[in-house]
Design a protein around this ligand. Structure first.
Ligand code: 5AD
Ligand code: SF4
Length: 470
């Protein structure tokens, strides 16, 4: 394993080749893809690649793709059209550009991508990022597809980011603790693209968490496609639960806040609920996708829980941590969904009262069981239901934000704000707050009184004592 502080080797000098090679990485979709994009940058750094935000300067372009809905997958092909033009323009200037498609579209479509997108040199699945430097070299002579599920653990081979890089990425970081999914919801591609559920050993996660904290990270979001199914090997030989992992992470010097995502209702056990009562570092926020409020549709989705099971979890959660904010994912227009089924979803939303949520029209994904169901819902019906759901969820979000105005709460400051003299941070409930405060407070947690709200963020003022201490 590489030392976290090892600098990237200097590229060979001489005949004008001294400029470092540049890599541009674009992540689509979920938090896991954002995290993976950073790991790819870390994997390429020792080969002399520096990250750039300007695609036209890049010697290596990586699109880290999402396959969850048709729109997400199609976006990749239109982006590849633009990348092809860029590659041709650079070639006219005598500059090579290697183009890589990574992520879940790569895993699902493999060689089909080479056929549809002539600019692509390499297609690499989510389990093979540790091999990127080698694969990029190989792709110089012939186009490569690598979508195997290797036996080795990629995390054992991925170098850690330097402290400087971690610091530059900010005080809030993601950390993968679990990957893959065994739930097989009938609409979802994840079990096929990300493979079976695997938990990383606790010792490795804690070592990563300590390195991140030592580099200045104050908030860790533990991520996984099914994060609350976590059951990694513990240092004591037994399997550790997510709650146990939280407890160990909470003891790491510097870690002020812990978040986690995404959870499944089936795995919300008593220990995890109790952790929300007992661990002050665990943020009072739970993203718990329900997808639908109709038991008939939940069964057809193979969710293995009912709407009332979900209501009971919410009740227990609120009993353990009364100020918990809830969030969810919803799908409208799943095959066979009637007006009455949709009304059940609306009823569940009214019962739960969400702080925020994501909502999608059902998108038939090739290879998933629901894609071949006869009773597909017409597009206009999906649009109508989505609009109604959105109106309700938006009003709940606005009401939640309005209820914070006047309260004093801890804010973790993350970066410069919109205007000079302002910095921006997050409340425990994941709301962005703009505050007039010194930059020295970035990376600190300080009490803030919320004074008003805008459409996307809150405004607040520092409580006197922290202003004086800064
Ligand atoms: N169509 C629409 N939404 C989907 N999701 C997953 N698969 C599909 C699909 N085929 C949504 C679910 C999931 C979120 C990440 O994406 O709500 O929780
Ligand atoms: Fe997909 Fe989540 Fe269902 Fe797994 S639990 S199949 S990731 S929706």
């Amino acid at each position: 394993m590489q030392s976290p502080d090892r600098p990237a080797p200097t590229p060979p000098a001489g005949d004008g080749a001294a400029a470092p090679k540049k890599v541009f990485i674009k992540a689509y979709g979920c938090q896991m893809n954002v995290y993976d994009a950073e790991r790819m940058a870390d994997a390429l750094a020792p080969s002399g690649y520096a990250e750039t935000q300007a695609i036209e300067d890049a010697d290596l372009v990586i699109l880290n793709t999402c396959h969850i809905r048709e729109k997400a997958a199609e976006k990749v092909y239109s982006e590849l059209g633009r990348v092809r033009e860029l590659k041709q323009a650079r070639a006219a200037d005598g500059r090579d550009t290697a183009v890589v498609v990574a992520g879940c579209v790569a895993q699902a479509e493999g060689p089909e991508i080479l056929r549809r997108a002539p600019a692509v040199d390499l297609v690499v699945g989510p389990q093979n990022y540790h091999r990127l430097p080698d694969l990029v070299r190989q792709a110089k002579s012939a186009r490569v597809v690598d979508t195997e599920f290797p036996v080795e653990d990629k995390f054992d081979h991925l170098p850690r980011a330097s402290r400087e890089k971690v610091r530059a990425r900010g005080v809030s970081a993601f950390l993968t603790v679990q990957e893959g999914c065994d739930k097989f919801c009938t609409f979802c591609v994840v079990p096929y693209t990300r493979g079976a559920e695997v938990s990383r050993p606790a010792v490795k996660i804690l070592a990563d968490a300590r390195a991140l904290a030592a580099a200045g990270v104050r908030e860790l979001t533990l991520i996984g496609q099914n994060v609350n199914a976590y059951h990694g090997d513990g240092p004591d030989g037994g399997a550790w639960t997510l709650a146990k992992l939280f407890e160990a992470v909470a003891h790491i010097d510097g870690i002020a806040r812990i978040r986690y995502s995404t959870s499944h209702p089936r795995d919300m056990d008593d220990e995890l609920i109790a952790a929300h009562r007992d661990l002050p570092a665990l943020a009072p926020y739970l993203h718990l996708p329900v997808q639908s409020g109709s038991d008939r549709i939940l069964a057809a989705m193979n969710r293995k829980h009912t709407a009332d099971d979900y209501r009971r979890i919410v009740e227990r959660m609120r009993a353990a941590r009364p100020d918990i904010a809830l969030s969810s994912d919803f799908i409208v227009g799943f095959p066979g969904e009637t007006d009455a089924d949709f009304e059940e979803t609306m009823r569940l939303v009214r019962d739960v009262d969400y702080a925020s949520a994501f909502f999608f029209k059902y998108s038939a994904r090739p290879g998933t069981p629901a894609a071949t169901l006869a009773d597909q819902v017409p597009e206009p019906v999906k649009s109508e239901r989505l609009a109604a759901l959105q109106t309700l969820l938006d009003s709940q979000r606005h009401a939640f934000n309005a209820a914070t105005v006047g309260k004093t709460t801890d804010v973790l400051f993350e970066r410069d704000g919109r205007h000079p003299g302002q910095i921006v941070g997050k409340t425990p409930w994941l709301q962005a707050v703009q505050v007039d405060a010194p930059r020295a407070l970035i990376g600190e947690v300080a009490p803030v009184t919320i004074t008003s709200r805008g459409s996307n963020s809150l405004f607040g003022s520092l409580v006197e004592s922290s202003a004086a201490a800064a």
